[in-house]
Design a protein around this ligand. Structure first.
Ligand code: 26V
Length: 781
């Protein structure tokens, strides 16, 4: 490839980073064009991943890495006198909120690398997840116009546009394809993202224009384009908004039609669809694809309803990603009727079929009523709801959770009645992460050490090979090089934080990191309280020999999630409190980085000594950040929740720091849990908690901190005080944290050995393993 010539020719020196990025990306796109085209038609049976979110991050470095071009291009940049790292200014493609969207991105990478015919379908949001900054310690949001400087990794495919009809409007869905490279092989997969546009004849109304109604003239175009305007930045509560339902139907229906069109182009009948196509639904967000397929089979293909339902059952599968009740999607049936009238009819038919099946099974009317797919909200409500998860279970072959504990909770608790009806459908697929982005790309030094020890670099496609590194755990030369690499990564992160946050951090302190969306159940507040506990302990002389620690947070809060925003402000206030205290600040520092995203994560996970995974047991479906830290050689400070359990199993509990109440006990514990009792008995917890109301820190008069206090003591909107058991787990958390601090201080070699063993035990958490499991046991590829 002649990138060198191109860079020279363009006289790169005078070009801004996005121009260089454009030139380079276009050259790579040219290189891969033939393989990409061939990959699209190579396979018979194929699978599709339907997801409302794909959190891709930055493409350029990853694609160069997967194509084995990084060294050549680096050299070309060098020869042209150009800075290879300048492309770090290129925006992340942040078309997702958090774990669910990033998992989708990792899956596509693993499919491409592993030679599986899996392609993604989603929405090409104009605005990805908002950009976060702090003003006076409060979160501020700004729009993320990620294609402002163009989007050289996408190709618009006008010829595959689809016309979609709602009850009240029509729109065009235009696909943009992104190549998914994975490795230098012939299997380049596609992420097809749909963009909403007005029909050409509706784009502009000349009559309105002539009447002088200039804004009204483009009203239709605006409302059509609104459908793919913006990613909903909420990843916890189902809000039941009209635009959100439009979005769900928009990409689900366009994708189903695209699949059918290709299937027919291959000369196949619709009866044969299940022989060639399997569709994975990423949570319930694309579940409306089910009635859409059934509708098409009935209205356009002459199927009767039960034949159509059978096809759906063989084609679709559903993954559940959360057990939080408030996140479960239930649409007001009247809203469905208004904007998707034909889908509404099909959903009623699905519900009738289900009720019929249940009567045949001999279930009582009462039981059936409690299970209905379309059902009254409650006996004293006039609303009728469409339960998306129920429809998903009834109309698919496989239903899966994303970690062993999560699947167990689905089977025995949240979806227990459904498990009893359809036990054969339930499976577990423990999540994973792609080793390409999450070690090879973000940690070249550690990857280099591993490749030297293993003799080659192929382990990034066969992560189980890391196992054989366990034998080096007692080799002091190996461990000290490993420690030196981590020290170097900490220095790099410190420099980055200095530039981007204006904060100085000491790379010789312990880096204790919690990065993930801000949620009460993830318990950033528990971390904050422990920091205050240490602060008072050091200040008042109770806590001696505390090894200097930098506590790093990264998290975005949903803009309307007031309590989460209160927690951000609180942590920022704690940071300032400590910073202004000359006696304590040598021992501890708190940094809340702004705009935490995939690219920031790449810098953070390689520089951590402690991975904070402290959700209340039974609440975090899996977690995938936990796996990123582990793979880069970090111990987990965690509860027995989600995939933490499997991490401790693989690496040994003795090599991690596990604390807190366990999931099976919590239901019982919560029955008699009284946080106020803890407060009255434990003066240190009292002291810490009272900072929320005693003026130690200020919320600027907003009342946010007081609200947090009462949520913990009296129980605000949950009616359960301290619903996530923050105070209950506090002492065992602090104890574990002090244990790490002492181990780091007194037994450094042992500590690094633990870190090393974690890295060497991370093989299971490659998404290559996860994808193989889906391909073998669900998609049957
Ligand atoms: C939920 C909702 C609720 C309705 C409104 C919009 C919306 C948008 C996103 C979500 C996603 C919540 C589910 C989620 O992200 N789950 C996370 O999935 C990860 C991948 O499986 C898993 O590792 C995390 O534990 C889990 O919280």
């Amino acid at each position: 490839m002649n990138i060198t010539d191109m860079l020279m020719h363009k006289n790169a020196k005078n070009l801004p980073p996005h121009e260089i990025h454009k030139t380079l990306s276009e050259a790579v796109m040219g290189e891969i064009a033939v393989d990409w085209r061939k990959s699209a038609v190579k396979y018979n049976r194929r699978a599709f991943y339907f997801s409302m979110e794909f959190l891709m991050g930055r493409a350029v470095y990853n694609n160069l890495l997967c194509l084995g071009l990084t060294d050549d291009i680096k050299k070309a940049f060098f020869d042209a006198g150009e800075d290879f790292t300048a492309m770090e200014d290129i925006e992340d493609a942040a078309l997702g909120n958090g774990g669910l969207g990033r998992l989708a991105a990792c899956f596509l990478d693993s499919a491409a690398a592993g030679g599986y015919p899996l392609d993604g379908y989603g929405i090409r949001y104009k605005y990805g997840l908002f950009k976060q900054s702090f003003e006076n310690g409060f979160q501020k949001e700004a729009p993320d116009d990620w294609t402002r400087h163009g989007d050289p990794w996408s190709v618009r495919r006008e010829e595959d546009a689809v016309l979609l009809e709602y009850g009240d409007m029509k729109v065009r869905a235009i696909p943009y394809d992104m190549p998914i490279i994975g490795r230098k092989n012939e299997n380049i997969r596609t992420l097809r993202l749909w963009q909403a546009e007005a029909l050409r004849e509706n784009e502009f109304c000349f009559e309105a224009f002539d009447r002088g109604e200039y804004l009204r003239a483009s009203e239709n175009a605006v409302s059509a384009e609104n459908i793919s305007r913006c990613l909903y930045p909420n990843d916890s509560t189902h809000e039941g908004l009209k635009l959100r339902l439009r979005q769900e139907y928009f990409f689900s229906a366009a994708s189903v039609r695209d699949i059918i069109k290709k299937h027919k182009q291959n000369g196949k009948t619709m009866q044969e669809l299940p022989d060639y196509v399997s569709i994975q639904l990423n949570d319930t967000h694309p579940v409306v694809a089910i009635p859409e397929l059934i509708r098409l089979l009935i209205d356009d293909e002459g199927f009767d309803f039960s034949e159509a339902l059978n096809v759906s059952r063989k084609v679709f599968n559903y993954t559940n990603h959360t057990i939080m009740a408030e996140a479960l999607e239930k649409w007001d049936i009247e809203l469905v009727r208004e904007i998707l009238p034909r889908i509404y009819e099909v959903c009623l038919q699905i519900n009738e079929a289900f009720i019929g099946d249940m009567y045949i099974r001999g279930l009582s009317a009462e039981k059936i009523n409690s299970l209905r797919i379309v059902s009254r909200e409650s006996s004293h409500s006039s609303r009728t709801l469409l339960h998306m998860a129920r429809m998903a279970i009834y109309c698919t072959s496989a239903v899966n959770g994303v970690a062993e504990l999560h699947t167990e909770i689905l089977k025995t608790d949240v979806l227990n009645e459904w498990y009893e009806l359809y036990p054969e459908k339930f499976q577990n697929k423990t999540n994973g992460i792609t080793p390409r982005r999450w070690i090879a790309l973000c940690n070249p030094a550690l990857s280099g050490q591993i490749s030297e020890l293993l003799g080659d670099g192929e382990w990034i496609y066969d992560l189980d090979r890391l196992k054989s590194l366990k034998k080096h755990a007692d080799d002091s030369a190996v461990i000290s090089r490993f420690a030196a690499i981590k020290r170097e990564n900490k220095k790099t992160l410190a420099d980055y934080i200095k530039t981007h946050e204006g904060i100085l951090v000491n790379p010789d302190s312990i880096f204790d990191i919690q990065i993930k969306r801000l949620h009460e159940y993830k318990r950033q507040l528990l971390n904050a309280f422990s920091i205050l506990y240490f602060y008072f302990g050091i200040k008042e002389g109770r806590l001696k020999d505390f090894y200097p620690t930098t506590f790093i947070f990264g998290a975005k809060s949903a803009p309307a999630y007031t309590r989460a925003k209160g927690i951000i402000k609180y942590i920022n206030e704690i940071a300032a409190l400590i910073e202004n205290d000359k006696t304590v600040r040598e021992y501890m520092k708190v940094v809340f980085v702004q705009n935490y995203n995939v690219s920031y994560a790449e810098k953070l996970v390689v520089a951590a000594d402690i991975s904070e995974q402290i959700s209340t047991a039974g609440t975090e479906a899996s977690g995938t950040g936990n796996m990123k830290f582990m793979l880069n050689g970090t111990v987990t400070l965690g509860t027995l929740d989600g995939a933490n359990i499997e991490i401790a199993e693989e690496a040994g509990a003795e090599n991690n720091y596990i604390f807190g109440a366990v999931s099976k006990d919590l239901k019982e514990i919560m029955k008699s849990y009284e946080p106020r009792k803890i407060l009255s008995e434990d003066p240190l917890i009292f002291r810490v908690l009272h900072t929320l109301i005693d003026g130690t820190v200020s919320d600027g008069g907003t009342g946010l901190f007081r609200e947090l206090y009462f949520a913990l003591t009296d129980g605000a909107s949950w009616h359960v005080p301290d619903h996530y058991y923050v105070l209950g787990d506090f002492n065992s958390y602090v104890k574990a944290k002090l244990q790490i601090n002492a181990d780091y201080r007194d037994k450094r070699d042992e500590f690094y050995k633990k870190c090393w063993l974690n890295m060497a035990s991370a093989g299971k958490f490659s998404s290559d393993r996860t994808i193989k499991d889906y391909a073998d046991n669900i998609w049957k590829l």
